[in-house]
Write a protein that binds this ligand. Structure first.
Ligand SMILES: Cc1cc2nc3c(=O)[nH]c(=O)nc-3n(C[C@H](O)[C@H](O)[C@H](O)COP(=O)(O)OP(=O)(O)OC[C@H]3O[C@@H](n4cnc5c(N)ncnc54)[C@H](O)[C@@H]3O)c2cc1C
Length: 287
């Protein structure tokens, strides 16, 4: 399919991108293009203007400052995978990036585009919820930061304004005593999740002090299974408790039926992905 006509603009700086978004009605950022261009070809999206931010080197790169890692929005999935900083200090993001699509898509697709798109099938949104990430956003009024928790409002609907640009993502360093896991069920390599669940938990003398359970592609947007988290927080996590938490995960799910499965199947698979990720996180936190 051929997309509708649009005007192309190459932004020369972050400020220029914001100016272009502000001055042109119905303008969209073009990052890796691996979600936006297929939607334009299918005419699900028909922006009048594309603002290309591929030339903005300041939006690339991964830096650690103490307990916080800052990732530029234009950093690609393959760059996440290759990053020694992430391999050492936030390996959950490396594991998640390896599960995104296929090598070609990972070569162009950016973490910022994955997060900003608001697609419940994308992997990074739920991972960012589990990590308690923060998003750095630049707009006409200047810079603001917002937590990932609360950013996802619905399908393709986020807390980003039409004239705002996601410039970076901040994630905490995963410390000793904190474990993580991301299990994703997919039909084949390169597919979106049938269901996925990233988990981050912190143990203190085997008591679960903090836990965040994200869910991918089993609701209109990426969500956290908060009732399941509440059940495990403050407890020594046993198999019996994991089973109760899995029930709460299922209660949080609201998937759409499609070729990947019906509502019942997806709901049960979300619970199974959460069980596995909780067990992985526990094992890592204890090691
Ligand atoms: C075959 C295939 C399989 C895929 N499988 C998966 C998968 O398993 N898991 C997964 O997570 N993803 C998957 N994807 C999606 C892929 O990871 C995309 O690259 C990603 O969703 C969007 O990143 P992008 O850089 O390509 O963004 P684009 O497509 O350029 O943009 C996506 C949207 O985000 C907006 N946007 C982009 N960057 C910014 C920014 N910095 N600030 C504000 N708005 C911005 C754009 O305006 C657009 O609306 C798949 C894609 C394909 C083609």
């Amino acid at each position: 399919m051929i997309p509708s006509g649009f005007e192309y603009h190459a932004a020369s700086s972050v400020q220029d991108a914001i100016r272009l978004l502000t001055e042109n009605e119905d303008a969209k950022i073009l990052a890796g293009g691996h979600s936006l261009l297929p939607m334009m070809k299918l005419r699900f999206a028909e922006p009048a203007h594309l603002v290309d931010i591929n030339g903005l080197r300041e939006l690339k790169g991964i830096d650690r400052d103490g307990d916080v890692i800052q990732i530029g929005a234009m950093t690609t999935e393959n760059e996440l995978i290759a990053s020694e900083i992430l391999q050492q200090h936030c390996p959950l993001l490396v594991d998640a990036a390896k599960l995104v699509a296929d090598p070609q898509v990972r070569n162009r697709g950016t973490v910022g585009g994955d997060v900003a798109h608001g697609d419940p099938g994308n992997d990074h949104p739920a991972v960012m919820l589990a990590l308690d990430a923060e998003f750095v956003i630049q707009g006409p009024e200047g810079e603001r930061t917002t937590p990932a928790n609360g950013f996802y409002l619905g399908t393709y609907w986020t807390g980003l304004g039409e004239d705002e640009l996601l410039t970076a993502i901040r994630v905490p360093v995963i410390k000793t005593g904190t474990g993580y896991g991301y299990n994703k069920l997919k039909r084949k390599t390169g597919d979106y999740a049938t269901a996925g669940s990233p988990v981050v938990l912190t143990l203190d003398s085997d008591v679960c002090r903090e836990i965040r359970i994200g869910l991918t592609n089993v609701a209109p947007m990426a969500i956290r299974a908060e009732a399941a988290e509440d059940l495990l927080r403050g407890q020594v996590v046993t198999e019996a408790l994991i089973e109760q938490a899995a029930e709460q995960v299922m209660a949080a799910c609201d998937p759409a039926e499609d070729l990947r499965g019906d509502v019942e199947y997806k709901t049960h698979m979300a619970a199974e992905m959460a069980r596995r990720s909780i067990r992985d996180a526990l094992a890592r936190a204890r090691s």
